[in-house]
Each structure stands twice: as structure tokens, then as C-alpha cells.
Ligand binder design. Sequence first.
Ligand code: PRP
Length: 212
Amino acid sequence: MNDMLNVALPKGRLGDKVYALFEKAGYGCDDIADPGRKLVFESPEHGVRYFYVKPSDVAIYVERGAADIGVAGKDILLEYAPEVYELLDFGVGRCQMCVCGRPDFRDDPSRTLRVATKFTKITRDYYAALGRSIDMIHLNGSIELAPILGLSDVIVDIVETGATLRENGLAVLAEVCGISARLIANKVSYKFKYEAVTALAARLQGRIEVSQ
Ligand code: PRP
């Protein structure tokens, strides 16, 4: 069974959308329709074995070879810079990494800027490129609270629909980068399962083009 491709999918809405593309590309797996408490789904006839993990963990499974390929958000790839190959852009799960704050916030370059975020590497890289010194405040969630309560001047966070910002009286102040779901591959698997991995990537690419 070692010649089967192990595929790490992100749990949740994004994973469901992406799995639909795998299915349309000819890599369906009957068990997934009725998952129950099962964690691993095999389709020997298509040579794939799927498992769902927390979205932020996909890159770890792929980097360490527990999965040959997987689907990870560009935010995770930029933040953790895993040693994996990025093979294609699914064009789904689109959102923006943005600097956000109160709409009337004006940066005073003579003061250190206080920035709250979950994404410390992306934030550090962004402000380093601007030559702006910052005081990094690492939070794990509900980042929007930070400027509201005066914990930070701004935040760097993901904006998808913009609803969280609107409902909390905040606004986008600058765009950092675009985010979407990417197909990633373990470097050793890419070499030793080259034909299976590239055939799957090519068929997925065909489906992505049809659905865009
Ligand atoms: C993310 C992100 C924003 C929100 C943006 O949070 O951190 O808070 O979604 O989406 P929107 O523009 O559609 O409102 P998530 O739901 O992952 O929870 P978190 O607060 O734990 O980060």
C-alpha cells in the first residue's frame, strides 16, 4: 500500500470544497460521503488515502512525510515556511491578509507601532520590508479586540467577507498579500512518487480551470 498517495485535507468548509475537486478529477472515495467517526478514507482503485486534519497542521504532515501531498492555505505556508513544494493554486478559500485598525488611525512614524497578530512571521516580514519598527503582540484569536481595547494600534489578520471588521467598527488600512488554498507535496514523495503526484496535480489543474 506504500504506493498509495497519502493526502492530508483541511477539516471544514475549505476541505469539503477542495475534496470535491479531487473527486471531479477522478480521485473519489465512497466512504467520505458518510464519514461517521472515521479518520482515514481509502480508495485503492484510485490509489489515494485521505485524512482530514486541522488546517494549520496540514503542512506539518506533509513536511514530515506522513502525507505525500496536502492542501494548505498560503497564510500557513508564508507563516511557517515549511520545506515542501507548492504545486498549484486551487483558487478557492480566497481572502486577504491585511493591516486593520480604527478607520481614523494615522501612523506616527516617531512612535513604535503596536501590532497584534496570530501571524508573527508574516507581520515581521511585512514591516521589515517597510523599514518600520514595531512592538509585536502575539495573540491566538479574536485579534479584532486588540485595537478596540487599546492593546494595539493595528492588527494584521485575515479578512474574508469583511463582516468581522464592519461589525466591530474597524477597517482595512493596507493589504499585505492575497491568500488561497495551495496543493503542496513532500519533497521526497515528489521524487519517489513523481508520476502519481504529477498526474494528480495535472488532473486537478484541469478541474480548477473548468470551475473558474
Ligand atoms: C478569521 C480572521 C477574522 C475573520 C475574518 O477568524 O481572524 O477574525 O475570520 O473573516 P470575515 O472577514 O469573513 O469576517 P477565525 O474565524 O478564524 O477566528 P479567530 O478569531 O480565532 O482568528
